[in-house]
Design a protein around this ligand. Sequence first.
Ligand code: SF4
Ligand code: SF4
Length: 98
Amino acid sequence: MQVSEETFMGVPRKDIPWCPAIDYEKCDYCMECDEFCPHGVFERREGEEKKLVVAHPENCVVFCKVCAKTCGPDALSFPDKTETLELIKRLREDKRDG
Ligand code: SF4
Ligand code: SF4
């Protein structure tokens, strides 16, 4: 399934900047977040300094934050929900106004 081609609240998913950000100062590469998320948002990088990256942000379910609960060191953060909602509304209005 091509999640990235879907829309959310009438706006193309790719236009909505919602995904986790990894704080590499805190991440201990336990991979709990990657094991938990069923949407292929994260990708492991063998032999690289950053052993886990957010490779497919558009696959993240808008307003989901559940993987953060699996993260012991609290290394995952998300955009502000209210601001994201405002952005979605603006994008929707722009679309309506043509
Ligand atoms: S917030 Fe949800 S969908 Fe997004 S990466 Fe985490 S578990 Fe996956
Ligand atoms: S759960 Fe947290 S500490 Fe573990 S790999 Fe993910 S971001 Fe890093």
